[in-house]
Design a protein around this ligand. Sequence first.
Ligand SMILES: [Zn+2]
Length: 404
Amino acid sequence: MSELLADGMLAGLDEIAGTGRDARRGGYSRHVWQAAELELRAWFVERAGRIGLDVETDRNGNIWAWWGTPGPDAVVTGSHLDSVPGGGAYDGPLGVVSALDAIARLQAAGFTPSRPCAILVFAEEEGSRFGIACLGSRLMTGALGADRARALVDADGVTLAEAAVRAGLDPAHLGTDREALERIGLFVELHVEQGRGLIDLGQPVAVASSILAHGRWRLTVTGQGNHAGATLMADRRDPMVAAARAVLAVQDAASARPGTRATVGRMNIVPGGTNVIASSVQAWLDARAETDEETRALLGEITALVDEAVAENGCSVAVVEESWAGSVHFDPELRDRFSAALGGVPALPTGAGHDAGVLAASVPSAMLFVRNPTGISHSPEEFATADDCVAGVEALEKLLRTLL
Ligand SMILES: [Zn+2]
């Protein structure tokens, strides 16, 4: 058995297997600066300290663990520790744990890096608490403005600025972090694959080629709140019915455009009573396509169909863009170099967003994917076998060895 395994899983993942379990949804709910995620941060600091790394938290709440002296042109690897609501055990933590394990193995082999090296753990990658994915990397690169970030509100009405204070950060210092960016010579993120690419290829590891363009929009459907018993069917302006038709319109629009994806995975019904016709419904749309233009065209069609569906039910709808990320094509030279260094592993596109995709606009970035035998992610069924996790660590170790 590989010395990388403990309890039949990748050493490190076993240590956090009990943190942030969600009894209601299944899987894990680990949201930025809430109890479970804070516990994971403390665990990471302790775990990094165990292999002699020096830990610091930057102005945006991202954690850095330096192997040797911090400096420019560093080789940086890492991922995130937060999860979607009811998420899997691998999305994020696999990259963090693999980075710790890869560096520990290099140390054990007596390897001395010739350039700076760090592990980077990004804050709020999933956007599960404040609604914007890749929050830590977007703030660092300036893709998200500090004023807008500070005003974001979670489900309990806590602003990001307030949450930052409670987490020990100064919200006045949130925002573009040139100093941090200038230290990164190259970033590589190892991540569990979130689709079926590696299953179909019969391979454990791949490098990333591209990320779909994607965005999030909030749809507020407004009707007339009223009594469920006293209001005749013909007299209703029911935003629940309008929203249901809107969801079908979203499905129709994306189904008609090959390669595009559109999802409504979250709704908020106001006021939300069994004997009450709702007065309004908020629904969140996630839409993705290969190019920015296709994604915008998809959104245009969805908006037109939703307008029509909602009007037929005597309701109105307002659509607000909450976030946008253009398509990403990872540095082809780096991608090919990494693939060759790993014996010609395949290059795969992905429909999932990542901090590496945000960083790619500012610094050379790459990703490694580890096979997910269920092909399912953002769900408790997300998985990676112990053998494939070991293959991932070995691949990352090999890359670090060539880069450092
Ligand atoms: Zn992730």
